[in-house]
Design a protein around this ligand. Structure first.
Ligand code: HEM
Length: 426
């Protein structure tokens, strides 16, 4: 039964990807975004465009565009990005003033990422106990099991498979279902909703529509667990603080974990596999030396920085930011991929993937400050298990197409591809 579920999910993933040809969260569809805003989202293959490094060299806090008197600032420096992301006095994450009622049709577009303290603090406190190492440890055997099962799916389908659908999308999706404690039989429905929300071909409003549908799904899952709490995040929050939280808020928290954790982890798995397919030496050591797994995962997180920019921050007050005058209402965008390549903080040669360095390179791939990724440890657990197991099973795996044929998303906050054809046996 479980195997069937997984195969079906893989099939649904492939159909969805083929049907939608989706382009991630396409900011160009949101008419308020000027073209120049998109530079921090552009890459050449896996690397940010050179204009990003030039912007940092010119000014780590730089005006990117001006629109009806509202400035959009781009932050590409490491220390500068940390300062913005940690500042709860000068900035708000509440996007509603910008999208108006489109995004807030039902009064709430959901997710911790869009809320400010004290509401953010209240909601985050409910979520964090479920992400402690102790609670996450229960997922370790599940993660291994899910990965092994997907490897079997790949082997059965080989010698050529789509790494994205058959492995990279499927693994974090099934892990999040385990995290939330969703019953097996509801997972396909949930998967379809999750895919729809990233397809914004109908414009920003349509994608917000899909967001509210998947939130309704999770709200109903919450209602169903009120009487019989499951062993996952939803059930545990109900058991511990059920009286303090509505189904709507808990559905929103679960939804935020799903939005934050699926596409991001999927992209890091797939793009990371692509890096490793091209790096024979690292791949060989990764599968034979357990102590090498951590450095590879940390460097991969830094190098790929799949969440290219943090959520936009809206200035609440006029203030100075590293010599620039920010006005109330201005938008500040922190380029995490730019910050992670800032040689002033972390030394030279940060443009390349290099897990062999003998000094630790810090990164802010998971953000920084009070909105820092709540699922960072879970993501690391998945990556630490996924890369070595994938290459132990298929040590000679290669891309089945020329890298130039891969359809990298052009304007997506979460960088990635929708399909990655690979040959399992070289
Ligand atoms: C490689 C995988 C991941 C990456 C690169 C990533 C990246 C990020 C980043 C950069 C932020 C902060 C954004 C900002 O400050 O504007 C964030 C927030 C968040 N992430 Fe992740 N994430 C990953 C995996 C996960 C997972 C597995 C989960 C949960 C299952 C998750 C849940 C969240 C949530 C709920 C937030 C909002 C936190 C808050 O606003 O307080 N993420 N993530």
């Amino acid at each position: 039964m479980r195997k069937m579920t997984t195969d079906l999910l893989t099939w649904v993933a492939q159909r969805t990807v083929l049907r939608s040809q989706k382009d991630g969260i396409d900011l160009s569809k949101l008419t308020f975004v000027p073209n120049r805003w998109l530079m921090p989202l552009r890459r050449e293959g896996l690397d940010p465009v050179p204009a990003l490094a030039r912007a940092r060299a010119e000014a780590p806090v730089k005006r990117l565009a001006s629109l009806f008197g509202m400035n959009i600032w781009l932050v590409t420096g490491y220390a500068e990005a940390q300062a913005v992301l940690a500042d709860r006095t000068s900035y708000s994450n509440d996007i509603r003033p910008l999208v108006g009622e489109v995004g807030a049709a039902d009064g709430d577009i959901g997710g911790l990422g869009f809320t400010d303290p004290p509401e953010h603090t209240r909601l985050r406190k409910l979520l964090t106990p479920e992400f402690t190492m102790r609670r996450l440890a229960r997922l370790t055997p599940k993660i291994d099991e899910i990965i092994e099962r997907q490897l079997e799916v790949m082997e059965a389908k080989g010698p050529e498979v789509d790494l994205m659908a058959d492995f990279a999308f499927a693994v974090p999706f099934l892990v999040i279902c385990e995290l939330l404690g969703l019953p097996d039989e509801s997972r396909e429905e949930f998967f379809a909703l999750g895919s729809a929300r990233f397809d914004v071909s109908g414009g920003g409003a349509a994608s917000f529509g899909a967001i509210s549908e998947s939130r309704t799904f999770l709200m109903n899952a919450t209602k169903a667990q009120r009487d019989a709490p499951g062993d996952g995040l939803i059930g545990k929050i109900i058991e511990e603080v059920g009286d303090e939280i509505s189904d709507y808020d808990l559905g929103g928290l679960a939804d935020g974990a799903f939005t934050g954790g699926h596409e991001t982890t999927a992209s890091t798995i797939a793009l990371g596999a692509m890096v490793l397919m091209n790096d024979h030496e690292t791949r060989r050591r990764l599968i034979t030396d357990d102590t090498f797994v951590d450095p590879v995962v940390e460097e991969m997180l830094r190098y790929l920085t799949v969440v290219q920019v943090a959520f936009p921050r809206f200035a609440k007050v006029d203030h100075q930011l590293f010599g620039q005058q920010i006005a109330k209402g201005d938008v500040v965008v922190c380029s995490l991929s730019g910050a992670n390549r800032d040689h002033r903080t972390s030394g030279p040669d940060l443009e390349h993937f290099n897990p062999h360095r003998d000094w630790p390179v810090s990164h802010i791939t998971f953000g920084y400050g009070f909105h820092r990724c709540v699922g960072a440890e879970l993501a690391r657990m998945e990556l630490r298990a996924a890369y070595p197991r994938l290459f132990r099973r298929f040590p000679d795996m290669t891309l089945a197409v020329d890298p130039s044929e891969l359809a990298f998303r052009q304007r997506s906050i979460v960088y990635g591809v929708d399909a990655m054809p690979v040959r399992l046996y070289g």
